[in-house]
Design a protein around this ligand. Structure first.
Ligand SMILES: Cc1ncc(COP(=O)(O)O)c(C=O)c1O
Length: 410
C-alpha cells in the first residue's frame, strides 16, 4: 500500500531562511540611526503610527480585566462576548450574514491572515497577491508554503480583473484582495469586488479579504467582500475576511484582530490552527476589543481625522507631480519620484539627510520571484515611495511640504 507522508509533498519553494525581511523595518533602523547621529527628530512619515490613541474605555477594560482576574486561557477562537459584539458589527455595518461560530479572534489581523493561509494551504497551491503589496502578505504566503503569483493592477492600483482571469492557476489557488490597500490607498467598489468574487467562485478559488483599513474609505464607501456572498448558502461560500483593531481604534500595540470564515467547516480548521499556534488571544486584550466595539463612533471619528489630513496636507504632493490623485482610502500615499531623476532610495536618503523627512522607498512593496527563485524588487517600482498620513496633521503637512519642495528643486 502506498502511503503519503508529509515529506512526499513537493517541498515549499522558499525555505524560511530565504524569506525577505520587511523593507519597512530596514527603513525604521536607518531613520533611528540618523536621529541618533544628528540628535534630531525626523518627521516620521515612513511608518503608519496614528496620531490618535485608544480611548480610555479601552485601556480601562484591560486594567479591569487584569485586576478582576480575567486573565486565564480562553477557547482558541476567543470569548463568546467578543464574538457576539463582532457579529453585531459585521451584520449592521459590513453587511455580512454570519454567526459567532464563524468568527475567530486573533492577536492582530496579521496573525489572523497567517492563520487563514495556514488553513487554506495545499501542496503546490498558488497565492495570488497584488503586484504592489504589503510585504507581510508575501512573507505570510511563503511561510504558509504557498507559491506566490503577482496579479496586475490598473492605473489606480486596483486589481485588474481581466488580467487575473487570464492567470494560469488551478482550483487550489487563493486570491488575496486588500481594500482599502496598503501601500497605494486603493479602494475597490462593489462592481469590481463582485467581479472578483464571481471569478473566484467560477474557478473554485478561495478569497482572502484584508480589510484592516475598513474605517478609512474616503472616495466612496468601504465594501466588505464577504457581503457580496450573503445570498449564497454558507457551504458554497469562498470568502475569508480579516479585520483589525489596530487602525480603527489605534490599538496597534494591543495586538487584536479577527477573521471570519465562510462556513463552519473552515471555521473548525481555523480554530485548529489557533490551538496549534497561539492557543488563544490574551483575555484582557479581548476585553479591550469588546470596549472598543461599544464605541464604534470613535472609529468613524478616526476615519474623519485621517481624511481631513489627506484633503489638506497632501495637496503640495499633487502640485509637485509626486502624486497623481489623492488616495481613495487607507492612510498611505504612494508617491512616484521618477520626474526628479532620482531613484526612490536616493530620494528618501537625501530627503532625510537634507530635510529631516523620513519616507519609505517602496521597491520592497513590489517584490517578484526571479527564475532562480531569488526575490527581487520589480524594476518598475524603482521610483515609488510610501508616505503615511495618519500622524499628527501639522507634521504630515510639513513633511509633505518639504518633500514637494525638495522634488520641485530638482
Ligand atoms: C494591509 C494590512 N493588513 C493587515 C495589517 C496588520 O494589522 P494588525 O496585525 O496590527 O491587525 C496591516 C498593518 O500594517 C496592514 O497594513
Amino acid at each position: 500500500m502506498t502511503r503519503t507522508y508529509i515529506g512526499d509533498y513537493p517541498s515549499t519553494p522558499f525555505p524560511v531562511t530565504d524569506i525577505p525581511a520587511s523593507c519597512v523595518h530596514e527603513v525604521f533602523r536607518n531613520v533611528e540611526q540618523w536621529e541618533r547621529e544628528t540628535d534630531t527628530r525626523a518627521i516620521r512619515l515612513h511608518v503608519g503610527e496614528p496620531a490618535f490613541r485608544p480611548s480610555s474605555a479601552v485601556a480601562g477594560a484591560v486594567a479591569a480585566a487584569v485586576r478582576d482576574g480575567r486573565d486565564s486561557y480562553t477557547t482558541a477562537e476567543g470569548v463568546l462576548e467578543l464574538r457576539e459584539a463582532v457579529v453585531e458589527k459585521l451584520t449592521s455595518e459590513n453587511g455580512h450574514d454570519t454567526d459567532v461560530e464563524l468568527v475567530v479572534a486573533t492577536p492582530g489581523s496579521a496573525q489572523g491572515l497567517l492563520a487563514v493561509m495556514n488553513a487554506l494551504h495545499r501542496p503546490g497551491a498558488h497565492l495570488l497577491l497584488p503586484a504592489v503589496h504589503w510585504p507581510v502578505h508575501l512573507q505570510q504566503c511563503l511561510l504558509a508554503g504557498f507559491v506566490p503569483r503577482f496579479y496586475p493592477m490598473d492605473e489606480q492600483m486596483r486589481p485588474d480583473v481581466a488580467a487575473i482571469a487570464a492567470m494560469d492557476v488551478d482550483s487550489s489557488a487563493v486570491l488575496l484582495v486588500n481594500t482599502p490597500s496598503n501601500p497605494a490607498g486603493a479602494l475597490c467598489d462593489t462592481a469590481r469586488l463582485g467581479e472578483l468574487v464571481a471569478l473566484a467562485r467560477e474557478r473554485n478559488w478561495a478569497v482572502i479579504s484584508d480589510e484592516a483599513y475598513e474605517d478609512f474609505a474616503f472616495d466612496g464607501e468601504h465594501v466588505s467582500t464577504a457581503a457580496l456572498e450573503s445570498d449564497v448558502p454558507p457551504s458554497d461560500r469562498v470568502v475569508f475576511s480579516a479585520f483589525s483593531f489596530s487602525k480603527s481604534y489605534a490599538m496597534t500595540g494591543y495586538r487584536l484582530g479577527y477573521v471570519v470564515a465562510p462556513n463552519s467547516r473552515h471555521a473548525q480548521t481555523l480554530r485548529t490552527v489557533q490551538e496549534a499556534s497561539i492557543v488563544c488571544p490574551a483575555l484582557p486584550v479581548q476585553m479591550a476589543g469588546i470596549a472598543a466595539l461599544e464605541e464604534r463612533e470613535q472609529s468613524r471619528r478616526n476615519g474623519a481625522f485621517v481624511r481631513r489630513t489627506r484633503d489638506s496636507a497632501l495637496l503640495p504632493l499633487l502640485d509637485a507631480g509626486l502624486l497623481e490623485r489623492l488616495p481613495g482610502g487607507g492612510w498611505y500615499a504612494l508617491l512616484d519620484c521618477g520626474r526628479t531623476g532620482l531613484d526612490a532610495t536616493t530620494f528618501a536618503a537625501r530627503l532625510l539627510r537634507e530635510h529631516g523627512v523620513a519616507l519609505a522607498p517602496a521597491s520592497g512593496f513590489a517584490l517578484r520571484v526571479a527564475p532562480d527563485s531569488a526575490i527581487e524588487p520589480d524594476p518598475g517600482a524603482e521610483h515609488l515611495l510610501r508616505l503615511a498620513f495618519c500622524g499628527p496633521p501639522e507634521l504630515v503637512a510639513e513633511g509633505a511640504r518639504r518633500t514637494a519642495a525638495f522634488a520641485g528643486a530638482r
